[in-house]
Design a binder for this molecule. Structure first.
Ligand code: SF4
Length: 207
């Protein structure tokens, strides 16, 4: 079996690729266009990975921990919440000043059928959550969610994360084809949910 690429480096920072499973299928998702991020193949041959597999792949990169660690990759990190927690706990126990961020579609509570946020307190510092659209109709077009009430679930997750004191940022990908993402309305939604806002312009084939 080939070694799965569970850890990759982008701009000198550590990223963790826990899974290829996702409850969205965003039309602009990078994985529709390419197999790799800066030369690291993101497709896993098996989803049967352990926290220890991730930690072993982190070890050669400990010198980069001061720049933070982001759970991201070609899938939704909260599909593997238990592994995420174990890895984050190992990092925080051994390197307590490390900043840990999770890039997520915000479906974590729906996916895990429980409130996972209190369990992540002290392990995760920041959530960057894909808002993607100002309303459910456009969200469905852009994100193609596979779960019910995905847009509401995502917003509820963001509101709770921010109220629990996690740094919380809602993001949109703008200028993808001629989809009408209304930046002002999205920014207002973020503000109402107590979150920061980030508008990331779509970069073809990019990061
Ligand atoms: S939520 Fe992220 S990983 Fe999932 S399809 Fe959308 S862009 Fe891709």
């Amino acid at each position: 079996m080939k070694e799965e690429n569970l850890v990759y480096i982008l701009d000198g920072k550590i990223y963790i690729n826990l899974t290829n499973m996702c409850t969205n299928n965003c039309i602009f998702c990078l994985r529709h266009q390419k197999d790799d991020v800066v030369g690291t193949n993101m497709w896993l041959e098996t989803e049967k990975i352990t926290a220890n597999d991730v930690i072993e792949q982190l070890k050669p990169h400990l010198d980069k921990l001061s720049k933070g660690v982001t759970f991201c990759g070609y899938g939704e990190p909260t599909m593997k919440t238990e592994i995420l927690k174990e890895v984050a706990q190992w990092i925080k126990e051994n390197y307590p000043t490390t900043y840990i961020k999770v890039n997520t579609n915000g479906h974590g509570n729906a996916i895990n059928k429980k409130d996972i946020l209190p369990e992540l307190k002290g392990l995760v510092d920041e959530f960057s959550i894909s808002l993607n659209a100002q309303d459910e109709k456009l969200y469905k077009e852009l994100s193609q969610p596979k779960i019910d009430n995905a847009y509401e679930e995502m917003k509820k997750f963001a509101k709770e994360a921010s109220s629990l004191g996690f740094k919380t940022t809602l993001s949109v990908v703008s200028k993808y084809k001629d989809y009408d993402v209304n930046i002002e309305q999205c920014e207002n939604i973020a503000k109402d949910l107590g979150a920061n806002f980030r508008n990331r312009e779509y970069i073809p084939n990019g990061y």
